[in-house]
Design a protein around this ligand. Structure first.
Ligand SMILES: NC(=O)c1ccc[n+]([C@@H]2O[C@H](COP(=O)([O-])OP(=O)(O)OC[C@H]3O[C@@H](n4cnc5c(N)ncnc54)[C@H](OP(=O)(O)O)[C@@H]3O)[C@@H](O)[C@H]2O)c1
Length: 162
C-alpha cells in the first residue's frame, strides 16, 4: 500500500476538517497519482471530499456502523479489514489518503510514501504521525517552483521501504 499526502514544514496536514492551503498544483498531482486506483480514507477525510472523487474506488475506515455511505463506497471498520481487502484485491493499488489517524493505523504496513512537501508553515490542527525515514529510501524528488496560483515551492517525493 501507498501513502499519499502533502505536509508543511512542521508536518502539518489539516485544519478544521480540510487542507490548510489551496494549491491547485498539488491537487492536480493528487488527481494524477490516484486516478484509477483505490483510495482508502478515514471518515473525516472522506467527508472533506464532499462526494466520492471521480475515477477512483473508495474505501472508508470508520467505527460507525449506522451512517450510510454512497453506493459503491466500501466501508471497513478495522485495520485488519483493510489488510484483508488488500489481500483479496491484488489487482488494486491501495492509495491511503489519510488523515492522520488512518496514516498512524497503517504505518506498519506501508511500502511506498508519496509525499508533497509544501515550503511554508501553516496554522494546523492535524499533523502527520512521525515516520522513521531511515526505514525508507528516497527514490524520486521533483521540485516545483512557486507561481501565482501556487505561492509556495512544492517538492514531490517518492520513498520506498528498504
Ligand atoms: N494534507 C493532506 O495530504 C491530508 C490528507 C488527508 C487528510 N488531511 C486532513 O486531515 C484532517 C483529517 O484527519 P484526521 O486524522 O482528523 O481524520 P481521518 O483519519 O481522516 O478520520 C478519522 C476517522 O476515521 C476513522 N478511523 C481512523 N482510523 C480508524 C481505525 N483504525 N479503525 C476504524 N476507524 C478508523 C474514525 O472514524 P469514525 O469517527 O467515523 O468512527 C476516525 O474518527 C482533515 O483536516 C483533512 O483535510 C490532509
Amino acid at each position: 500500500m501507498i501513502f499519499v499526502w502533502a505536509e508543511d514544514q512542521q508536518h502539518g496536514i489539516g485544519y478544521q476538517g480540510t487542507l490548510p492551503w489551496h494549491l491547485p498544483a498539488d491537487l492536480a498531482f493528487f488527481k494524477k497519482t490516484t486516478t484509477g486506483h483505490t483510495l482508502v480514507s478515514g471518515s473525516r477525510t472522506f467527508a472533506s471530499y464532499k462526494k466520492p472523487l471521480p475515477n477512483r474506488k473508495h474505501v472508508v475506515l470508520t467505527n460507525d456502523c449506522e451512517t450510510p455511505y454512497p453506493d459503491g463506497v466500501v466501508v471497513l471498520h478495522h485495520v485488519d479489514e483493510v489488510l484483508a481487502y488488500e489481500r483479496e484485491h491484488p489487482d488494486e493499488t491501495l492509495m491511503i489518503s489519510g488523515g492522520a489517524q488512518v496514516f498512524a493505523s497503517l504505518l506498519p504496513y506501508v511500502k511506498t510514501l508519496i509525499r508533497t512537501r509544501v515550503a511554508h508553515t501553516f496554522k494546523v490542527d492535524t499533523v502527520m504521525p512521525t515516520i522513521d525515514y531511515t526505514q525508507f529510501e528516497l527514490v524520486d524528488s521533483q521540485v516545483r517552483a512557486a507561481d501565482d496560483r501556487n505561492p509556495y515551492e512544492l517538492t514531490f517525493e517518492r520513498w520506498e521501504r528498504k
